[in-house]
Ligand binder design. Structure first.
Ligand code: G3H
Ligand code: ZN
Length: 313
């Protein structure tokens, strides 16, 4: 059960031209889906907790609970804080055994973002934990800051001054169901990635807002009473391309949530004569597992890569 930080994961992903999947989880059933899918694909994987998910799951004991749950898991996996907004929340997660934290101080000006991120990096590195920063917002489509792409020169300065291990940059995506205007042709800023690659060879970038909202899972959700409308995700073909660049981590929250809740909606609607919670949760877990396996194998191209990581250790 190799619980690891993300350093070696990202080094290998950079060299091997694939990306590590990071999935936003709320409950143990979802963690099992992610870990089992990654184990079956031989892929490294990241369990991402927002501050809210951490509070809900079990602050203080997440690592212990997951170590027990992952006793038969052999692939490298990480416990990551997603969009930590302060030094304090990052410190709390580091103290309780997270192996990776994101400090998202992107709402502040550049200097303040540098100051807070550097403070987190110093504390995290002293505890063997890797740090993801954010420069340039990955915000809602209607946020006026959105689509002000990150400046590669500022990435260089930010990385040098903070010592951060990876960085989320604004390259054309945003969180949630609608990432592009209805008539917009989805694109990502590949030029930006190339510029960063030149300035900082080997440095891992992170793509947020990477859900594709596949019809298969959306239809299950909506066919069983859901009403998700106006969706427009990142096409999988773009993600396949980006996985081969310096982008070493791709975040999936929305797709994973839609798959889980869609699976629940379906089982709640179809199963009329049972009342054990597991009868409803197992189909939802299986649907998540299927989604994760599809992402790891067909999109992020990380399947079969674990052998490389373990061989070198
Ligand atoms: O931090 C989480 C991810 O960036 C979620 O993005 O809404 O496209 O799944 P998503
Ligand atoms: Zn995000």
């Amino acid at each position: 059960m190799p619980l690891v930080n993300t350093k070696k994961m990202f080094e290998d992903a950079y060299e091997g031209k694939y990306a590590v999947g990071a999935f936003n989880v709320d409950i143990l059933t979802q963690c099992q889906a992610v870990l089992e899918a990654a184990e079956e694909c031989n892929s490294p994987v990241i369990l991402s907790f927002s501050s809210g998910s951490r509070d809900f799951f079990h602050p203080g004991n997440i690592k212990d609970i997951l170590l027990i749950a992952a006793k038969d898991i052999h692939i490298p996996w990480a416990i990551h804080l997603d969009h930590g907004k302060s030094f304090e929340i990052c410190k709390a997660c580091i103290d309780e055994g997270f192996t990776s934290v994101m400090i998202d101080a992107s709402a502040y000006d550049f200097e303040e973002n540098v100051r807070i991120t550097k403070e987190v990096v110093e504390y995290a590195h002293a505890h063997g934990v890797t740090v993801e920063g954010e420069l340039g917002p990955c915000s809602k489509k209607d946020d006026p800051r959105f689509k002000k792409y990150t400046d590669p020169e500022m990435v260089f300065e930010f990385v040098k001054r903070t010592g951060v291990d990876s960085l989320a940059v604004s390259m054309g995506t945003c969180h949630g169901l609608a990432k592009f205007q209805p008539n917009e042709v989805p694109t990502l800023q590949f030029d930006l990635i190339e510029e960063v690659e030149k300035l900082l060879p080997g440095f891992p970038l992170v793509l947020h807002g990477s859900s594709s909202i596949p019809d298969e899972y959306l239809n299950i959700f909506n066919n069983y009473g859901g009403e998700l409308k106006g969706t427009k995700g990142v096409p999988e073909e773009l993600l396949r391309q980006v996985a081969q660049t310096a982008v070493c981590k791709i975040n999936i929250g929305t797709d994973f949530r839609v798959a889980f809740v869609g699976g629940l909606r379906k089982s709640l609607s179809e199963i009329k004569d049972k009342f054990e919670p597991r009868n409803f949760l197992v189909p939802a877990r299986e649907q998540c597992k299927k989604l994760v396996k599809e992402k790891l194998s067909n999109v992020f191209q990380s399947s079969g890569k674990v052998i490389n990581i373990l061989k070198e250790e």
